[in-house]
Write a new protein. Structure first.
Length: 602
C-alpha cells in the first residue's frame, strides 16, 4: 500500500460560503470585470457591482417565490451568463442548487426532481420547457417553474424573479447569506451509479471553498489573476466546469460563457482566452481537424513532420532539454505550423486544463510542443472535481499529477484509488447505504485503479466500476440501456461500450428461443441462422426500434449511436456470463474486441 499527502495551506472559515466572493468583490473592487457576456454581437464587461446587484435581485425573487433556507432549486441549462447568476442567487437565498444537464431526458429530470424534492426549477429554453412539461405536474412542492429565455408572452426567468422580489428587503438576502455555514449543503450533483439510477452527491460550501483555494494556491495561482480571461464552454452542470469557474471568479479572473461548441474556434478568436478548460475530445478534434486540413491542402507532410518535432521537443524537456538541431526545427515549425494552431485557440492561450477522461501522453506532448501546455488532472463529482492535477512547475505528462493542498491519495492492496481531504464529499443525498459503500474508515473508495510514484504523481491504470467514461468526459451508466434492451422479446443480451471512445455503442445478441418465431413472422427461411441474416433489413429495423426506445431513457450524449449484432449469444459456457447471468464485461470486450473496433473504425 502506498500513500501520498500534501499539507493544507489554507483555512476554511466555519461561517464561510461559496457565495461570499460575490459580495466581497463588489465591496472591495466594484469595477472589476468578473464576467463578459455577449450583447449586440459583442463581448461586454460585467462588473463585480453589477453581478452583486443582479444576484441580490434574483435571490429576492426566489425568496418571494417561497424558497426557504435549505430548499433545493433545480437548474437545467447550457453554459451561459445566467447560469452562475442563478447559482449564486440560490445560495444567497439560502438554497441548494441542483444542476441538471441540458441534454437530460424527461425521465432523468423526473428522478432528480423527485429525489431532491426541489421546490423550484429553472430551465433554459422552450425545448427544455417542453421536455419537463410532462413531469413537473407530478410534484406538488414544485411551485416555481421558469424559463431563462423569454417566451412569446413572458419575460425570462431573471426579469421575472427581479420583478417578484421587488418588495423583499435587501437585508433579507444579507441575513440569509450571513446565516450560511461552511458545513451546509451547497449543491446536489446527480452522478450515475452502476444501478443506473443517479445518486445525489451532496457537496458543501466547505468542499467548494476548499477546491477553489487549493487550485488558487497551486501552480495555477499565477494565472488566476484579475485581467486574465477564461472562456467556459463545458457544461456547468458538470462539477469540473463549476469548480474551475468558481476558482477563477474567486480569484478575480474574467470569465466568459458559451455552449456553442460547434463555433468554438471562432469564439476563441473573439474572446482571446488566457487559459481554457476542456476534455480530451476537444483537443483531439483540434489536432485531427488541423491535420486533415493540412492534408487536404497538400501540406500533410509538413504538418506530420511538425507534429513529430513538437512531440520530440516536449519529450526532451523531461530529459535535460532539446539539442541544437531539434531546437532549430522547433523554431522553424513554430513559424510555419504551431503559430496557426495557437491562433485557433485565440492567439494568447497560455495553457489548458484537461479532465473527465485520459488525455494520452502523445497528445499532451504535441500541445506542449506547440506552446500550449495541457495540464491533466483527476477527480470525481465526489471530490468536488480535481483532487490531483499537474500544474506549472509540477508536471509529468502521462500522469494526472499530485494531490492538491490538504488532500491524500492511497493505493489499496488491490490497486484501488482511495482519497481523503477537504474536497471529498461526506454523503450521498438520502442514500445511507451508498454512502457506507463509498466511504470506509474515512477514505473514499473511487472504484478506479491506479499507481503512485515516489514523487506522489498518480497514474490511472483501470476502472473497477462499470461506469463508462466517453472521450468527451461524459459518465454513462450502461445498466439503464442494457436493462431496457434485454426487455425486448428478440434481444437476449446487450453490452454497452464506449469507454474513452467518441460515442456510446452496443453489442447485441439475439435470443435463440425467440429466433424461430421471428423467422416465421417475417417470412424468412425457417432454417436461417442469425449469422446469415446479420444484414437483413427486417432484423436491423427491429433492433433499430429497440435501440430508439432505450435511447429515450437517457440524454443524447448517453444514447447508443451504433451497434453490432453478434452471431452467437453470450453464455456461461463461453465464460461471458456469471452463474446468475450477469455480464462479464472484461471477458466480452476481450472476446469481441474486433467487433467493437469495427464499430468505431467505420
Amino acid at each position: 500500500m502506498r500513500e501520498f499527502s500534501v499539507p493544507l495551506n489554507f483555512t476554511v472559515p466555519e461561517d464561510g460560503s461559496a457565495v461570499d466572493a460575490v459580495y466581497t468583490h463588489a465591496e472591495k473592487n466594484p469595477d472589476l470585470a468578473l464576467f463578459k457576456r455577449v450583447s449586440g454581437g459583442a463581448w461586454i464587461d460585467v462588473s463585480a457591482a453589477e453581478i452583486a446587484e443582479t444576484v441580490t435581485a434574483v435571490a429576492k425573487g426566489l425568496i418571494a417565490s417561497g424558497v426557504k433556507p435549505g430548499d433545493r432549486v433545480a437548474l437545467m441549462s447550457g453554459t451561459r451568463y445566467e447560469w452562475p447568476i442563478v447559482d449564486f442567487a440560490i445560495w444567497s437565498a439560502g438554497g441548494v442548487t441542483v444542476p441538471i444537464y441540458e441534454t437530460s431526458s424527461a425521465e432523468q429530470v423526473r428522478w432528480i426532481l423527485q429525489d431532491s424534492a426541489a421546490v423550484a426549477l429553472i430551465v433554459e429554453s422552450a425545448d427544455h420547457s417542453s421536455t419537463v412539461a410532462g413531469v413537473t405536474g407530478d410534484f406538488p412542492d414544485l411551485t416555481t417553474v421558469l424559463q431563462i429565455e423569454p417566451g412569446d408572452d413572458e419575460p425570462g426567468a431573471i426579469a421575472t424573479l427581479v420583478q417578484r422580489g421587488a418588495d423583499v428587503a435587501d437585508d433579507e438576502v444579507r441575513a440569509r447569506t450571513a446565516a450560511l455555514k461552511a458545513s451546509d449543503p451547497a449543491t446536489l450533483i446527480y452522478t450515475s451509479g452502476t444501478t443506473g439510477r443517479p445518486k445525489g452527491c451532496m457537496l458543501t460550501h466547505a468542499n467548494l471553498i476548499a477546491e477553489s483555494n487549493a487550485i488558487a494556491t497551486s501552480g495555477f495561482g499565477a494565472l488566476l489573476q484579475p485581467g486574465r480571461r477564461n472562456l467556459m464552454f463545458l457544461p456547468l452542470a458538470h462539477v469540473l466546469a463549476r469548480a474551475v469557474s468558481l476558482a477563477a471568479f474567486n480569484a478575480g479572473t474574467t470569465v466568459g460563457h458559451t455552449s456553442d461548441t460547434k463555433n468554438i474556434v471562432a469564439t476563441f478568436g473573439e474572446f482571446k482566452p488566457d487559459f481554457i478548460l476542456s476534455v480530451p475530445r476537444v483537443f483531439e478534434k483540434v489536432y485531427n481537424t488541423a491535420r486533415q486540413k493540412a492534408h487536404n491542402e497538400g501540406k500533410g507532410k509538413i504538418f506530420d513532420a511538425a507534429a513529430e518535432v513538437a512531440i520530440a521537443w516536449s519529450e526532451a524537456q523531461d530529459t535535460g532539454g532539446a539539442g541544437f538541431v531539434l531546437n532549430l526545427k522547433h523554431t522553424v515549425f513554430d513559424k510555419l505550423v504551431y503559430g496557426k494552431l495557437k491562433a485557433a485557440l485565440g492567439g494568447q492561450c497560455q495553457l489548458a486544463i484537461s479532465g473527465g477522461a485520459p488525455l494520452g501522453a502523445r497528445l499532451g506532448h504535441f500541445f506542449r510542443g506547440l506552446g500550449v501546455t495541457i495540464y491533466e488532472g483527476y477527480g470525481l463529482t465526489e471530490t468536488t472535481a480535481a483532487i490531483t492535477v499537474n500544474s506549472p512547475g509540477h508536471q509529468k505528462i502521462g500522469t494526472v499529477g499530485k494531490p492538491l493542498a490538504g488532500n491524500s491519495v492511497r493505493i489499496a492492496e488491490d490497486g484501488e484509488i482511495l482519497l481523503q481531504g477537504p474536497v471529498v464529499f461526506t454523503e450521498y443525498w438520502k442514500n445511507e447505504a451508498a454512502t457506507k459503500d463509498a466511504i470506509e474508515d474515512g477514505w473514499f473508495h473511487t472504484g478506479d485503479l491506479g499507481s503512485l510514484d515516489t514523487e506522489g504523481y498518480l497514474s490511472i491504470t483501470g476502472r473497477k466500476k462499470e461506469i463508462i467514461v466517453t472521450a468527451g468526459g461524459k459518465n454513462v451508466a450502461p445498466a439503464v440501456l442494457e436493462d431496457n434492451l434485454r426487455a425486448h422479446p428478440l434481444i437476449s443480451q446487450a453490452l454497452v461500450v464506449g469507454d474513452q471512445k467518441p460515442f456510446i455503442a452496443a453489442l447485441i445478441t439475439i435470443d435463440p428461443e425467440a429466433w424461430p418465431g421471428w423467422l416465421e413472422r417475417n417470412g424468412k427461411a425457417t432454417d436461417a441462422t442469425i449469422e446469415s441474416l446479420l444484414s437483413d433489413v427486417d432484423l436491423i429495423a427491429e433492433v433499430d426500434e429497440a435501440i430508439a426506445g432505450a435511447n429515450k431513457l437517457v440524454s443524447a450524449a448517453e444514447s447508443i449511436k451504433k451497434y453490432r449484432i453478434l452471431p452467437l449469444d453470450f453464455t456461461e459456457e463461453t465464460g461471458e456470463l456469471t452463474p446468475t447471468l450477469k455480464l462479464k464485461r472484461n471477458i466480452i470486450v476481450q472476446n469481441h474486441g474486433a467487433a467493437i473496433e469495427a464499430i468505431y473504425s467505420r
